[in-house]
Design a protein around this ligand. Structure first.
Ligand SMILES: [Cu+2]
Length: 144
């Protein structure tokens, strides 16, 4: 029967054929499981949903720091902050830990995002209300 024929082939060429079959199965599985693409790169719409690639208009809260600490963007850019840490943070505009009433995210839980559109050129300092060491800057430029 067919089954016996296969059994013969497998037993006569034991290691090579079985290894070849296993490699084919492995390659097939690897080809189907490529799920590393981040659909939010670059559009800054705040729906990153845990993507692993940071877009040029994103600031991540990692540990107790904003990363990057100084983000430079073109005027008109909507910046997205995403809390990648395990603590609550805020994105609160102002220097010397004093709110200047431009933007304030309120409490951002792990995984939460906040967006703000910078319509004017300048340097915009901001800080996190719960963590005294957590300050950063967005520098807005106009390249014409
Ligand atoms: Cu914080």
């Amino acid at each position: 029967s067919n089954t016996n024929a296969w059994r013969n082939i497998l037993s006569k060429s034991k290691p090579p054929l079985i290894i070849l079959l296993m490699m084919l199965v492995f390659i097939g599985l690897a080809g189907c499981s490529d799920s590393t693409t981040d659909t939010d790169v670059g559009n800054g719409d705040g729906d990153d949903n845990g993507g692993t690639q940071q877009a040029p208009d994103e600031v991540w809260m990692e540990g107790r720091a904003f990363n990057p600490g100084n983000l430079e963007v073109e005027v008109g850019t909507t910046v997205t902050w995403e809390n990648k840490s395990s603590e609550v943070h805020t994105v609160t505009s102002g220097s010397n830990r004093t709110y200047d009433e431009l933007f304030d995210s309120g409490n951002l839980s792990p995984g939460d995002t906040f967006t703000y559109t910078f319509d004017e050129v300048g340097q915009f300092d901001y800080f996190c209300r719960p963590h005294s060491g957590m300050t950063a800057t967005v520098t807005v430029i106009d390249n014409g």
